[in-house]
Ligand binder design. Structure first.
Ligand SMILES: NC(=O)C1=CN([C@@H]2O[C@H](COP(=O)(O)OP(=O)(O)OC[C@H]3O[C@@H](n4cnc5c(N)ncnc54)[C@H](O)[C@@H]3O)[C@@H](O)[C@H]2O)C=CC1
Ligand SMILES: O=C(CO)COP(=O)(O)O
Length: 322
């Protein structure tokens, strides 16, 4: 039996622990907060991040990193900006041949690195794959049907992981384009903020559809410049996740955009898209890729730009061929 350590006991980490356990793996769920872990053990649910979802009894929550020492696979599910520190903390603990599966959707602000690049620097020699796609944690944890991209540089490795984690309701599709999958996951968060803004301003469904489609063109340009394949962006980790997150207030990124547009407080909603926007743009600049929608979101969130001129700027761009 495979022993899987889920590193990060937030909403997505908890949902992935449900998946790993349901797929028949020996599953540990590590979180940094001992009090939360104790409550999880007592209440049989993650009361802070995923309330009202009973956890499978096979999941072993722990706040001790040493409990991950014998894991065959570590699923890294802390926010992108915290991933480097967690990987470094795991270095003295985990087995030399433990595999990594990266589940955060973001780009590191300090270095503009993708999570797979961070992992290669912090834990060189460990095999590494990426999990991404349209997945609201609550739905996955309740066992509702979901499909994801599971990408690794080697297709056979991705297929093996897909078989290890797949169930009737959680269907990983294997891919050998981790870069495309990672870029899709990181940029969709920024696009979801843009769509939340459009919704909050009441600009209509046509405008949202235009943003989704032109956003898809934008993210594809970046992925290709970074070495990914356009077809990946037409799959679950691209179009699939953009469609989900750009159309639902269940998305925290979409909700952040909505709050920004309607002038509601957004302090409790600083999301992966908020933190990754500067890194996505930095990466785009370094690769000479134009990303006007992400630029507008960044200007509003990080430079204090007013919404109206940013919308005007997008609408007054020269007409071009599709
Ligand atoms: N919630 C969702 O539906 C999905 C989330 N994701 C991605 O998964 C990643 C995690 O998101 P969520 O679990 O939703 O976030 P969350 O906010 O629910 O939980 C984050 C977890 O990470 C822990 N954490 C934060 N900083 C840490 C640090 N420095 N060291 C150790 N632990 C730390 C927190 O204590 C918490 O347990 C994000 O990149 C997100 O984009 C991906 C797919 C679905
Ligand atoms: O990644 C997600 C869905 O695929 C979750 O989106 P939010 O982080 O915007 O809630």
């Amino acid at each position: 039996m495979t022993t899987i350590g889920i590193v990060g006991a937030g909403a997505w980490g908890t949902a992935l622990a449900q998946v790993a356990a349901a797929a028949g793996n020996n599953t540990r769920l590590w979180g940094r907060d001992q009090e939360l872990i104790d409550t999880m053990i007592q209440a049989g649910q993650n009361v802070r991040y995923l309330p009202d979802v009973p956890l499978l009894p096979e999941i072993a929550p722990t706040a001790l990193m040493t409990d991950l020492a014998d894991c065959d696979l570590l699923v890294i599910v802390v926010p992108a900006q915290a991933t480097r520190a967690i990987l470094a903390a795991l270095r003295p603990v985990i087995r030399n041949n433990a595999a990594l599966l990266l589940a955060a959707k973001g780009v590191e602000q300090k270095t503009l690195a993708l999570m797979s690049e961070v992992a290669a620097q912090e834990l060189p020699g460990h095999s590494c794959a990426v999990l991404s796609g349209p997945t609201f944690a609550g739905e996955v944890a309740r066992g509702l049907p979901t499909a994801v991209t599971l990408a690794s540089a080697t297709l056979t490795r991705a297929e093996a992981l897909a078989a290890q984690l797949g169930t009737r309701s959680f269907r990983p599709y294997a891919s050998d384009d981790p870069i495309g999958a990672e870029i899709g996951g990181a940029v969709k968060n920024v696009l979801a903020i843009a769509c939340g803004i459009v919704e909050g301003l009441g600009l209509g469904e046509n405008a949202r559809s235009a943003l989704i489609t032109r956003g898809l063109a934008e993210v594809t340009r970046l992925a290709v410049a970074k070495g990914g394949r356009p077809a990946t962006l037409m799959g679950l980790s691209g179009l699939g996740d953009i469609t989900l997150s750009c159309n639902s207030r269940q998305s925290r990124n979409f909700s952040l955009g909505y709050c920004v547009a309607s002038g509601e407080s957004r302090s409790s909603l600083l999301t992966e898209g908020y933190y990754s926007a500067p890194a996505v743009l930095g990466l785009a600049k370094s690769l000479n890729v134009e990303m006007p929608i992400c630029e507008a979101v960044h200007a509003v969130l990080h430079d204090g730009a007013a919404l109206a001129p940013q919308i005007e700027r997008l609408l007054s761009r020269p007409l071009r061929n599709e």
